[in-house]
Design a protein around this ligand. Structure first.
Ligand code: ATP
Length: 204
């Protein structure tokens, strides 16, 4: 089976994540995609405003819509259940036990600092890394992404593919600040997530 892994803080999950997940699923012809909210992300502080359980619940809500490919997508509590830092290395190690072919999705922002990830060289031997462009400046600065890709391919025999999709420019940071300011976030998050945030965080 071709199995995809999409990890992130997802505080909260937004339309950029959802679009990236569906592109990943279809372009890489995945049989199954696991969306895995991080328990204790190593690269960033989890924002206090959403608990791990809330981030997990919102991710589940974002992929429950029946008329899409959501039957191939599972939101997993694997990293939230694990103690300690949520290193992708441990997640991939666990998922590789099944013998499935693994693919990991990563935004180009994360890719540019990929050499700071725990045991990143080992990650290259465990999966094909699939990149999704985050914004228009990534399109303009595509050369530096290509250079880094080539460096990893030459040095570590990495398998890296850039997914074809128009960037959807939004971040969880933007949504959190809009919530704080009481602004309408409905065009940036799935409807079910918007409802959830309205109910539990009082956003309009
Ligand atoms: P924050 O603003 O809190 O830093 P974020 O919006 O970057 O959050 P994360 O949960 O940290 O979201 O991202 C998880 C993964 O999804 C990362 O690989 C990131 O690059 C990718 N990603 C985030 N937003 C987008 C987007 N708009 N389009 C494509 N990929 C994205």
């Amino acid at each position: 089976m071709r199995v995809g892994i999409f990890g992130g803080t997802f505080a909260p999950i937004h339309n950029g994540h959802v679009k990236a997940a569906h592109t990943f699923l279809n372009e890489c012809k995945l049989d199954k995609l696991y969306v895995i909210p991080a328990g204790n992300p190593p690269h960033k502080q989890t924002p206090d405003c959403f608990s791990s359980e809330e981030r997990l619940e919102m991710a589940r809500l974002a992929f429950t819509d029946k008329d899409r490919d959501n039957d191939r997508i599972e939101v997993s509590d694997f990293e939230i259940r694990r103690e300690g830092k949520s290193y992708s290395y441990y997640t991939l190690k666990e998922f590789s036990k099944t013998g499935n072919e693994l693919f990991m999705l990563c935004g180009t922002d994360m890719f540019m600092s990929f050499d700071k990830w725990y045991r990143f060289e080992d990650l290259f031997s465990m999966c094909t890394l699939c990149l999704v462009l985050r914004n228009d400046s990534d399109v303009k600065g595509f050369e530096s992404i290509e250079e880094r890709k080539k460096e990893y391919e030459d040095k570590y025999n990495a398998k890296i593919v850039v997914l074809k999709c128009q960037p959807y420019e939004v971040s969880s940071t933007l949504i959190r600040s809009m919530i704080t300011e009481g602004k309408d976030i409905s065009r940036y998050v799935p409807e079910s997530v918007c409802e959830y945030i309205k109910r539990y965080h009082g956003n309009k």
